[in-house]
Design a protein around this ligand. Structure first.
Ligand SMILES: Cc1ncc(COP(=O)(O)O)c(C=O)c1O
Length: 354
């Protein structure tokens, strides 16, 4: 039974509602499996400068990738949109739903920086409601910032840069109390003990879940992000996206990766074991004043002199992320989990800095 039934069409920007998408050569003649001679897309008939077969435009809707992804994520293909990283659907959300200089979105700092960058780029007002001291959602505070012009609330869980997942009950409270879209960014979900919100899509038609191939799948360099939402929303995204937003090489590599789920699970297992080991070692260091619980592939700690420690580590050739200027992350350092060897080097150098 649906718990929300928001009128998605009325949330869309007016000109998007009536927009006609670009019709590519591959939209107008889809079947590339035949022996046909293709003289319709102004491609190079001789091949590729490198000798590899990349002279043809890729499938605009990445059908083969979605067909393989669908059973893995347990969601039908018409609920899937693929983007050039998950940063692309974040930007498209603004373009589809939020009227510049008139409507607004809510973000929950400290959080992933691209929500605000995309809002700024699209000239959209951002309302900020800090996470609570326990780094959970302040549902009352969030709802008090909502007005008739609020279109989107961005929830990042597990959250970057703090690492912990927020309470799923509170996300559901937002979904039922807010008449706009709730984005649950699950870039780090594969490292979490919390289940994905994908299973809740059938209950909430205002829910959008973002995931990425950049983290657990180890494909950050190929740029492939996933968005899961109602077919109605996916259709809008297919209308407004650049026609060939996922390149051929990325689609091929994604198909290969999707045959290697075991390898991903093995990497996640190793990473989680290393995360536990790092947590235990960091807890022994007296200058680490606070270590935040992590559901992600990184750990946020609070030290006494973050800038100094950051710079000293860089001098030793070890680069972590200085988050000390970020709200609620005073003197915060964020450490991505590396290989056993990398972590050993980090621990050896870091323990000396105290
Ligand atoms: C929370 C969160 N969402 C999205 C992204 C972007 O991922 P992608 O590489 O798919 O653009 C990141 C990257 O660090 C992230 O931390």
């Amino acid at each position: 039974m649906n718990k929300t039934n928001i009128d998605i069409q009325s949330l869309l920007r007016e000109h998007i509602r009536s927009m006609t998408p670009y019709s590519s050569a591959r939209d107008e003649f889809e079947d590339v499996s035949t022996e046909n001679i293709f003289l319709d897309a102004n491609e190079n008939p001789f091949g590729t400068a490198t000798g590899e077969p990349y002279n043809r435009y890729p499938d605009p809707y990445q059908r083969a990738v979605k067909a393989k992804l669908s059973p893995i994520k347990n969601i039908p293909t018409d609920h899937i949109f693929l983007g050039n990283g998950s940063d692309e659907p974040i930007d498209l959300l603004f373009r589809a739903f939020v009227e510049p200089q008139k409507e607004n979105v809510i973000i929950l700092p400290p959080t992933y920086g691209m929500y605000k960058v995309s809002a700024d780029l699209n000239n959209v007002e951002v309302r900020e409601v800090a996470l609570t001291a326990e780094l959970d959602l302040d549902v009352e505070g969030i709802l008090s910032k909502v007005d008739e012009h609020t279109k989107i609330i961005f929830v990042c869980s597990p959250n970057n840069p703090t690492g912990g997942a927020v309470s799923s009950d509170k996300i559901e409270q937002l979904l039922t109390s807010f008449d706009g879209l709730v984005i649950v960014d699950e870039a780090y979900i594969d490292f979490s003990s919390q289940p994905s919100f994908i299973s809740k899509l059938s209950s909430y038609n205002n829910l959008i879940v973002l995931q990425t191939f950049s983290k657990a799948w180890g494909m950050a360099g190929l740029r492939l992000g996933m968005m899961f939402a109602s077919p109605e929303i996916i259709k809008v995204f297919n209308t407004i996206k650049p026609p060939y937003n996922i390149n051929q090489l990325t689609q091929e590599k994604a198909l290969e990766a999707l045959d290697n789920v075991d390898k991903v699970e093995e990497m996640v297992r190793k990473l989680l074991a290393e995360r536990t080991r790092l947590e235990e070692e960091l807890d022994k260091m007296p200058f680490v004043k606070n270590r935040y619980p992590s559901d992600a592939n990184f750990i946020l700690i609070q030290v006494e002199a973050a800038d100094k420690m950051y710079n000293e580590l860089v001098e030793k050739g070890i680069v972590i992320r200085n988050r000390s200027k970020v709200l609620l992350c005073d003197q915060g350092l964020r450490i991505s989990i590396g290989t056993e060897e990398e972590n050993n080097k980090f621990l050896a150098e870091f323990s000396q800095l105290g």
